[in-house]
Design a protein around this ligand. Sequence first.
Ligand SMILES: [Zn+2]
Length: 277
Amino acid sequence: MFILRACVCLMFVCCAAAAQPLPSRGATGAKVDYHVHVKGDLTLDDALRRSRESGIYYGIVINGGLLLPANSDAGLEAFLREMQGKPVYAAFQAEGREWVRLFSKRTLEKFDYVFSDSMTWSDDNGRRMRLWIKDDVGVIADPQQFMDMLVERATGIFANEPIDIYVNPTYVPDQLAPDYARLWTPARMKRIVDGLAANGIAMEINNRYRIPSAAFIGLAKKAGVKFACGTNNAGAGDLGRNEYCAQMIRECDLRPEDFWSPAADGKKAIQRRPLLR
Ligand SMILES: [Zn+2]
């Protein structure tokens, strides 16, 4: 009886597994989420299970940079060891502009890709800001001037830092978000898009913040910028199924050839471009 029950159980599990499309390395479009954080209430086992269930291949990300737990090669190497043999991409998220002096090319090139955003930088008075933290940003008295500074910093990152993807792209602090469409003028959008195209950097389509806008994506597509779907989840609750990215694929008529995929060894940004300038 026990054996019979075990067999029935096993058959059920096998059938259930066979019905799921298994995510695969090399998938593209909304079949990959390149920006998944194992944090909050999301464990690595949860992430692997959800990847299997959704059929979406994940890039699991470690954040590294000044003032973060991972601020040297040792922290990154430990993460790489943990990811070894798992059916995921191993990704590095560079936080803040100091990262180029904290980590070595030798360690960074072991990742499938490296990315960063334009959410941590110092303003013209030397005040280091994380744009998603209210107290860091304070009240923005002159949004136009702030946007010019944001464009300046973002394009500086594209020109100087060897990253594969620009993530949380075009993010503006909460207090400016209602004016996103007005503040991202055609001239500002063009500078971002041209900077990405000139440096061979892909643009994330971010599910959590639902950015960039369709207008921005359309402009980037015209310039030949490649796209990557990503979430930047804060925990288990906001890790979905690339819903915003799928919506943008339809609205902007993005084709498989419009999508980025991790470069072969030897062609990663960290291998194509100098770490330090
Ligand atoms: Zn992130």
